[in-house]
Design a protein around this ligand. Structure first.
Ligand code: SF4
Length: 249
């Protein structure tokens, strides 16, 4: 469906659940998943295209699931989020995707209203620095990726990641590296050099690919990767996708 105004945005889903990754792991958040992405990672498990409806639901609370027609007006997003925030206490809100910064123009209008209710985390692939600059003042946390070719099957956008990290490091920023069995020391060394030169204080999350509910990378290899990166960086953590271990309701 065409998006015709900067007050409209395609949204895949708005829901309440726990954060399964990164530095806010385990926190209860409202998630706003915006549609569309500028990358095409081989391991992607997210439906980036937007359907005709946005699904709104709340894990473990009394709100019955409902649907809204896409694209959504900013006021509709705020009403849905407010309903979830009212139903049960939340730590924060996560704007995720897809790549949410594709919708920076709408976020510029949404975030002042949203941050009046709840602190906001942005989950991003870390490639759209100019768009980040437009919304950075409203963000409490930024979780950005460095996309390694060994897992995405596309060349790593090193320059874009560097430009992005330079800005993101102005707030609470964590860099997530998804690694797989084919990830090389050379890739990790290049990522380490980039972070050490740009934002050595940044928190780094090594996240193994998940396959059939298990880490696709051995514990020994994960520890080797952490050791390699800790030579130049101070805060390197290994955190698998914890929500993969939860059973369906
Ligand atoms: S950046 Fe994220 S949403 Fe986009 S294709 Fe890659 S994994 Fe999927």
């Amino acid at each position: 469906m065409p998006v015709t105004a900067v007050t409209e945005v395609p949204v895949s889903e708005i829901f309440s659940s726990l954060q399964g990754e990164g530095t806010l792991v385990g926190r209860r958040q409202v998630f706003i998943r915006l549609a569309g992405c500028n990358l095409n990672c081989a391991y992607c498990d997210t439906a980036c295209d937007c359907g005709p409806h946005c699904n709104v639901y709340c894990g473990g609370c009394s709100i019955a699931p409902y649907r809204l027609d896409n694209p959504l007006q900013i006021a509709q997003v705020m009403t849905a989020v407010t309903g979830l925030l009212t139903a049960t206490p939340h730590h924060s809100c996560s704007i995720t995707g897809g790549e949410p910064l594709l919708h920076a123009a709408v976020l510029e209008k949404l975030l002042p209203q949203l941050t009046a209710l709840v602190p906001v985390q942005l989950e991003t692939n870390g490639t759209l620095a100019a768009e980040l600059e437009r919304v950075l003042p409203w963000l409490r946390w930024v979780s950005m990726d460095i996309k390694l070719e060994s897992v995405t099957a596309a060349p790593t956008p090193w320059v874009q990641h560097g430009d992005f990290l330079r800005l993101a490091a102005k707030v609470n920023c964590a860099v997530k590296l998804v690694i797989g069995p084919a990830t090389t020391d050379a890739e990790l060394e290049q990522a380490t050099r980039l972070m050490a030169a740009t934002a050595p204080q940044v928190t780094v999350i090594i996240q193994p690919l998940t396959s059939n509910g298990r880490s696709a990378v051995s514990a020994m290899r994960l520890l080797q990767c952490q050791q390699l990166m800790t030579t130049f960086l101070t805060d390197v953590r290994i955190i698998p996708q914890t929500h993969q271990f939860l059973s369906a309701p």
